[in-house]
Design a protein around this ligand. Structure first.
Ligand code: ADP
Ligand code: MG
Ligand code: ZN
Length: 478
């Protein structure tokens, strides 16, 4: 069978670290980093007799995530123990949720070739993170750091509704953007605060049964997810094409060799012996509680996008890109509010600023200039203080210094020449020294005007007001 005859089926289990100040069952800080084992207490170190108390903020954040992804919120929920042995898990069980998750039956919408597609969510539940093992710095054995133990997580489980690598990428980006908008997680993938277990299988097109899946654990970059899926899909097709069978197994993606390795197969699939945690009370949520969170949900990416289309008359592409990142769209709105020119702000963000961010490999939240300064730059162009050509030089400087554009312009002597007398002088000089072009223009070659304007620009080092130049040349050569 050809590759095109296979359908790809993907489902994601996404873990997001919640940005609460304290851990899920104690008051230790959740802050990333810190000396090993300094953000710990008897509860998160699993001292005998230490009792957990559920952090209410964790429930609130999870409910917010559930409402923002169209989930049903359970009025009646609980915490369960998931038992397994691993050195980064001091209690030998993780407190998670089993049969009564906080949120169920939601969906996230993605755009696929202009069409909307719903990726259904099975559930969102709350749980605690484990500690971290450090294998690298110590020659003999590993050391355990429990700073991360007890950091709150939500796990967002999708139905196997995703059908391609592109859809996986869009789904995860959309989910990330929603979580950022509602401010429940900083979603820093490089710090591991957003990571995904990627489940994938293949089946013959038209078949109604799912194939056997493999699962790639703890993926934390968009690029490696795409690469790993590409590899794994091809591997599965090859196995089937050669008459083999896919084994259900857990895989580890290796970035360096660009292939997956087996971690464990179905035979040693674990029995977690879930049971309700007797140290914690049931979670009962009132209608008012849920209603209140619903009413205080901030604007979501989809509605921002609509507003950009209608209110600011941006193009579909602009609205999509700007609204996809909370940082970018906050920047856009702040700047637009000051200068009143959404189109110009969008242009700068989408072209020149995006280009530099790309070159320097910076994320939207790392734009090194302020919305105020971009607004000022745009106003200076509108007022004719600088040409848009000079503005690009100013922008480049703005990436290097925190100085205001007006200061940069002044320091570099970049103020646009709009003085009629000064421009007239230049125009006359250029006409005198370029008789051939003047003759060409008079003979009907409009292009010659461009050349003359260019010469004048060159002479003024790009500072002459181009509109005035154009006009004066036309008048002088009439
Ligand atoms: P587990 O909790 O053991 O990992 P689940 O049945 O809860 O198993 O499924 C976990 C994830 O795997 C879900 O996101 C689901 O969409 C996905 N999944 C289930 N079956 C398949 C399949 N045949 N192909 C691809 N993904 C699948
Ligand atoms: Mg799984
Ligand atoms: Zn603690």
């Amino acid at each position: 069978m050809a590759r095109e005859d296979y359908e790809i089926v993907i489902g994601l289990e996404v873990h997001a670290e919640l940005s609460t100040k304290t851990k899920i069952f104690c008051s230790c800080p959740t802050e990333f980093g810190g000396e090993p084992n300094t953000h710990c207490c008897p509860v998160c170190m699993a001292m005998p007799g230490a009792l957990p108390v559920l952090n209410e903020k964790v429930v609130e954040y999870a409910v917010r995530a559930g409402l923002a992804t169209n989930c049903e919120i359970s009025r009646d929920s609980k915490n369960d123990r998931k038992n397994y042995f691993y050195p980064d898990l001091p209690k030998s069980y993780q407190i998670s949720q089993f049969d009564k998750p906080l949120c169920e039956k939601g969906y996230v919408e993605i755009d696929i070739e202009g069409e909307k597609k719903k990726i259904r969510l099975t559930r969102i539940h709350i749980e605690e993170d484990a500690g971290k093992l450090n294998h690298d710095d110590y020659g003999r054995g590993s050391l355990v750091d429990l700073n991360r133990a007890g950091v709150p997580l939500i796990e967002i489980v999708s139905e196997p509704d995703i059908r391609s690598i592109e859809e996986t990428d869009k789904y995860l980006k959309k989910l990330k953007s929603i979580l950022e908008y509602i401010e429940v997680s900083d979603c820093k993938m490089q710090e591991g605060s957003l990571r995904a277990d990627v489940n994938v299988s293949i089946r013959k097109k038209g078949s109604t049964e799912y194939g056997t899946r493999t699962e790639m654990k703890n993926m934390n970059s968009f690029k490696s997810i795409s690469r790993a899926l590409e590899y794994e899909i091809n591997r599965q097709i090859d196995v089937i094409e050669e008459g083999g069978k896919i084994e259900q197994e857990t895989l580890r993606w290796d970035e360096v060799s660009g292939r997956t390795f087996s971690m464990r197969d179905k035979e040693d699939a674990q029995d977690y012996r879930y049971f309700p945690d007797p140290d914690l009370v049931a979670i009962r949520l009132s209608e008012e509680y849920i209603e209140n969170i619903k009413n205080n949900l901030p604007e979501l990416p989809e509605s921002r996008k609509q507003r950009y289309l209608e209110e600011y008359k941006l193009t579909e592409k602009e609205a999509n890109i700007l609204s996809s990142s909370k940082h970018l769209s906050d920047f856009f709105e702040a700047s637009t509010k000051i200068c009143g020119n959404p189109k110009a702000v969008s242009n700068w963000l989408m072209s020149d600023i995006a280009k530099v961010l790309n070159e320097k490999e910076l994320e939207p939240d790392e734009i090194p200039l302020t919305p105020e300064h971009l607004a000022e730059l745009i106003t200076l162009i509108e007022k004719g203080t600088i040409s848009s050509k000079i503005a690009k030089d100013v922008l480049n400087k703005m990436f290097e210094t925190p100085e205001a554009p007006s200061t940069i312009i002044e320091k570099n002597g970049w103020v646009q020449i709009s003085d009629e007398g000064a421009i007239k002088e230049v125009v006359e000089r250029i006409i005198e020294t370029n008789p051939q072009s003047v003759a060409d223009f008079k003979g009907g070659k409009d292009k010659a005007l461009g050349f003359l304007v260019g010469q004048a620009m060159k002479e003024t080092k790009g500072k002459a007001n181009p509109q005035m130049l154009n006009e004066m040349f036309r008048n002088a050569l009439k």
